[in-house]
Write a protein that binds this ligand. Structure first.
Ligand code: C2O
Length: 569
């Protein structure tokens, strides 16, 4: 071929490919290693990715494929979950230990291989085995496809803000001890912003997160709550947020001085800085929203917004302003804030809310007890009991082999049963006086759905041991939050008020304390999908279950076969 024609053809083909699909494959290596880290004058050895705390940022575009090789160099078992990534037909890469995979053992590795389809915004990754996510977490930044813009003016800069919890003691020792005694685990010593507790804690001033900003610019804060057990209020003194995206789905922009963010959730906000250099510095602060009865970390993390100095003689020692955060138990703030969240729902980003429902399901969630083992003294809520938590009164027992493999290879006998109930076996006044018997049942039960079943699920908080807000997270899907309320859900009245037009779409939702939330989703993703409270202590106590979505008839409706390097138990 004439070299010129060859060249032109090649350029043409490359052009064509770019227009059709500019997505790329991005490779990351996660070396799981130990590292000594000091906070609050306390040095401890933590498990990290690549020696970083918090872990490295993953940046990709919608449509990209990610190949993340995780190499386990520590003695703990490891899995990584890509929280909120839909994992269409790639459930093997979802990450929850003993649900979709056996953990990666010491000296082993596994390549997580998945494509980001139809999502853009902020998500995050974290370990999904025991409580290791306390130190193994980091942001996933998903930019729009090349050439596609945000549905808001392009921000001057984008900044991840990731909240965590710092424990002076070894995290695995804390949860192991709690599981043995049946009591509540020790609470954290501090909250952190990007790994730093900030100046309000003893011996912590130098570990303060500082965001240097220019005046009159718009910053996109990608806020993630990676705390183990606490929902958090967050605000910046004298500044207002415009919320534009939650859980990697655009929302109708709305303004708020404070946000509430549950563990597992992400919130993208625009922060417009003041138009000239203010004679002040501003704290950003986060504090918990608490509805339960147990002990909690009642402390405050602070970081600083600092306007870059316009000249060398920018005055030192400026006054410092603190934001006013809602009260610890401000449920009315929580309610108002949730009510403001609505899907953008325009032509480009429609809200595909299932309108016709195949399966109506009703799950109760809450705490309960399990009897103490013989010859043991337990520290549960009632004498001689251990704390337990359940969905439809079933406290989930973690299997010793992964559910997805058991399903795929037809070896479910002795691993799980397919009889998770569609509603609780016994009715009681869920949000009123609790029954005397606080005991829960136990089991590894799955709820099986045919491919493309449209589901409406009402999740009802119970008052057993005490009402509490539970951030429920569903793997493998986004869902639409069509309704919420307090007290007991009333099917005939409450369903009349459902929003089926522009409800918020997300992957983690706070079930109101002493109330209920109704969600809808289309089961269009074959595989085994975990659902659990994202308060880690509740997950440990059994507030979790799994769905099994069967393959559809078409080839592109089937789970792909397992990768060759999938870890074995
Ligand atoms: Cu972010 Cu199963 O969790």
């Amino acid at each position: 071929m004439n070299p010129l024609i060859f060249l032109l053809t090649t350029i043409f083909l490359i052009q064509l490919r770019n227009e059709v699909d500019a997505s790329v494959t991005r490779h990351y290596t996660f070396n799981i290693t130990l590292k000594n880290v000091t906070r609050l004058c306390h040095t401890k050895t933590i498990v990290t990715v690549n020696g970083k705390f918090p872990g490295p940022r993953i940046v990709a575009r919608e449509g990209d494929r990610l190949l993340v090789k995780v190499i386990n160099n520590v003695s703990n078992n490891i899995t990584i979950h890509w929280h909120g990534i839909r994992q269409l037909r790639t459930g093997w890469s979802d990450g929850p230990s003993y649900i979709t995979q056996c953990p990666i053992q010491t000296g082993q590795s596994f390549v997580y291989n998945f494509t980001i389809v139809g999502q853009r915004g902020t998500l995050w990754w974290h370990a999904h085995v025991s409580w290791l996510r306390a130190t193994l977490y980091g942001p996933i930044v998903i930019l729009p496809k090349l050439g596609v813009s945000y549905p808001f003016a392009k921000p001057y800069k984008e900044v991840p803000i990731i909240f965590g919890e710092w424990f002076n003691a070894d995290i695995e020792a804390i949860i192991n001890q709690a599981m043995q005694t049946g009591g509540g685990p020790n609470v954290s010593e501090a909250y952190t912003i990007n790994g730093l507790p900030g100046p309000l804690y003893n011996c912590s001033k130098k570990d303060t997160y500082k965001l240097r900003v220019k005046p009159g610019k718009t910053y996109l804060l990608r806020i993630i709550n990676a705390a183990l057990n606490d929902e958090l209020f967050f605000a910046i003194a004298n500044h207002t947020f415009t919320i534009v995206d939650v859980d990697a789905v655009y929302v109708k922009p709305f303004k708020s001085d404070t946000i509430l963010i549950s563990p597992g959730q992400t919130t993208n906000v625009l922060l417009k800085t003041k138009s000239n250099y203010p004679n002040a510095k501003f704290y950003m602060m986060a504090q918990p929203y608490v509805t339960g009865l147990g002990t909690f970390d009642n402390s405050t993390v602070a970081g600083v917004i600092e306007y870059e100095s316009p000249s060398k003689n920018f005055p030192k020692g400026l006054p410092l302003f603190k934001p006013t955060l809602p009260n610890l138990n401000d449920t009315s703030f929580a309610t108002n804030f949730s009510n403001k969240q609505l899907s953008l729902a325009n032509n480009q980003f429609p809200a595909n809310v299932p309108q016709k429902i195949d399966k109506h399901l009703f799950f109760t969630v809450g705490l309960g007890t399990n009897p103490c083992d013989k010859n043991q003294t337990c520290q549960g809520p009632i004498n001689g009991t251990k704390f337990s938590a359940s969905i439809n009164n079933i406290s989930f027992i973690q299997p010793t082999t992964a559910l997805l493999q058991a399903h795929f290879f037809g070896k479910s006998a002795g691993v799980y049963t397919s009889d998770f109930p569609y509603s609780p076996q016994n009715w009681f006044n869920y949000s009123g006086n609790p029954p005397n018997n606080t005991n829960v049942g136990n089991g590894t039960k799955l709820l099986v759905l045919n491919f493309n079943t449209s589901v409406e699920l009402v999740i009802q908080d119970t008052s057993i041991i005490g009402v509490e807000s539970h951030p429920l997270h569903l793997h493998g899907f986004n869902f639409f939050v069509v309704g919420r309320g307090f007290g007991n859900y009333n099917p005939s009245n409450d369903s009349k008020n459902f929003n089926l037009v522009d409800p918020v779409e997300r992957n983690t939702i706070g079930v109101p304390t002493g109330g209920w939330v109704a969600i809808r989703f289309l089961a269009d993703n074959p595989g085994v999908w975990f659902m659990h409270c994202h308060l880690e202590v509740h997950t440990s106590w059994g507030l979790k279950m799994a769905w099994l979505v069967l393959d559809g008839d078409l080839p592109n409706q089937k789970l792909i076969p397992p990768p060759a390097d999938l870890p074995k138990c």
